[in-house]
Design a protein around this ligand. Sequence first.
Ligand SMILES: C[S@@+](CC[C@H](N)C(=O)[O-])C[C@H]1O[C@@H](n2cnc3c(N)ncnc32)[C@H](O)[C@@H]1O
Length: 364
Amino acid sequence: MKLSLTNHNFSTLLNFSFINLRRPFCSSSLSLSPPNYLKPKVPIFLRPPIYSTKLSDLKKWHDWAKNVASSIGSTFVKSDNGPDSSLLCRELKWFIEDVVENHHSSLFSQMGLDDDIERVKMRVDLEELYCLWKQRIEERKPFQYIVGCEHWRDLVLSVEEGVLIPRPETEVIVDLVCDVVSKNEDLKRGVWADLGTGSGALAIGIGRVLGNGGKVIASDLSSVAVAVAAYNVERYCLQDKIELREGSWLEPLKGMEGKLAGLVSNPPYIPSKEISGLQAEVGKHEPRVALDGGADGMNALLHLCDGADLMLKSGGFFAFETNGEQQCKELVDYMKSNKSASLCNLEILADFAGIQRFVIGFRL
Ligand SMILES: C[S@@+](CC[C@H](N)C(=O)[O-])C[C@H]1O[C@@H](n2cnc3c(N)ncnc32)[C@H](O)[C@@H]1O
């Protein structure tokens, strides 16, 4: 995960077939999602447009929200590399697209004499709109938590506080798995694990590239994450392919020793002392359990090496995301010193920004 939330890929994805991409593929009841005592929030764009407001009142809110966003200037950039006004104004545009039914780009520009009569249907009432935008600006609540979703690969994943917002660089792991299974039918039909699944992003991405018979076990320590991941899995109709389990790292895999075709993880890897310096959207709002990797950030990563050794079958593949070059090197050194009899073909790979980000390899 990168440490900022300012460069997400919302805008590019918004431009093509957006409406269709955002519809759930599966509309079955979500009542069976484990754990059923936690009910994930429905993202705004999926809520029914049950509120009606005068166009002039919506315009008033929009003018206020735009003013507030513009007044930020580069204050957040200077304080912690947060969003500037132009990004906040773009978010405002996306926000309205999510909130207003049948939104069109000339919604406000066409306003005329009928403004006080014309009404628009919305998925959130006007009072909540004021409240949500205040949370975005005053509390620096991430935009994705405000609208309740994030675009990731060709997916629109539900997210809420308590669950990490999936980052674009993690998408590479799905490409890597895609590459591996395209050359190996046995791995394509095997059982994979996504440890620390969060919103279920990797599990869903991988679930969609596996062949018939291929399965993913997606686990997390956080019950909120498990509930949100289950919701996302169900939206993409992958309940038969992805099994959610709650528990710490290898514990939910008991009985699978030597049987996994693949193991992937984007674990918490930020050194503890760096958490306080993170951009407010991240440090104040995203779950610490998803970020904090211990003193040097390596706690979970080292544990996962043992996991790859123990859980993968011969020829099985693993891919781990790290904080960058130094952690990649340390991880590979650890594997070479301690796992040379079991882990092989180790490689360090870069993310989209050219930062050494991933360690991959195979079980001998
Ligand atoms: C960096 S987030 C990654 C989430 C998701 N895989 C993604 O890429 O968006 C790390 C995840 O690991 C989970 N986690 C932290 N400690 C864990 C543990 N001991 N066992 C299992 N999961 C854990 C967190 O709850 C969080 O969801």
